[in-house]
Design a protein around this ligand. Structure first.
Ligand code: FES
Length: 174
């Protein structure tokens, strides 16, 4: 690199998320679950990709560990209820947040643990490629996310989830 050459700085309107060996850049304040799904990644594991509450905060399957700044900074009422309900339990629950309940406010590192609800002890391994499909319901996956509601309505007027995914810059492994 030429001395004095400046690296491009990421826009303050975006944040990066490292997740299972992948890195994505999303608009700041995007709900974490929405950001991952629209990037072709998912906070859900196993069959929870299909069976989850779509962001109500009741199923607990989007539980992840987050390093970085999100809002709110501590558990919401929904998180307090769900992350204290089996199979989530003390002490592992204390490190978890529900991806559907938090907004990405800074660069994040997100860890998903094993088992259906992400309640296990072992982080899921790095992905070599994006999964085939993480949004089986298409734009309806985000129907409860106010920030992504316009995507859902535009999808119903002819756009697709692929259009929504193009709105988010994604890159491969860092
Ligand atoms: S998607 Fe069900 S709790 Fe987050």
């Amino acid at each position: 690199m030429t001395q004095g050459t400046k690296q491009p700085q990421p826009s303050q309107s975006t944040v990066s998320i490292k997740f299972r060996g992948q890195k994505v850049v999303v608009p700041r304040a995007t709900k974490l679950r929405t950001a991952l799904l629209k990037s072709g990644l998912t906070p859900h594991s196993e069959g929870a990709v299909y069976i989850n509450c779509r962001g109500i905060g009741s199923c607990g399957t989007c539980a992840v560990e987050i390093r970085g700044v999100v809002e709110p900074s501590s558990w919401t009422v929904a998180e307090r209820l769900r992350l204290n309900f089996p199979p989530h339990s003390v002490p592992n629950n204390s490190r978890l947040r529900l991806a559907c309940q938090v907004s990405c406010m800074g660069d994040l590192e997100v860890v998903k643990y094993d088992k259906f609800w992400g309640e296990g002890n072992d982080p899921l391994p790095d992905l070599q490629a994006r999964p085939e499909s993480v949004t089986p319901l298409g734009a309806l996956e985000f129907i409860l996310d106010g920030g992504a509601a316009s995507d859902a309505s535009s999808a119903s007027s002819g756009s697709s989830i692929e259009d929504a995914k193009r709105d988010i810059d994604t890159t491969g492994p860092p």
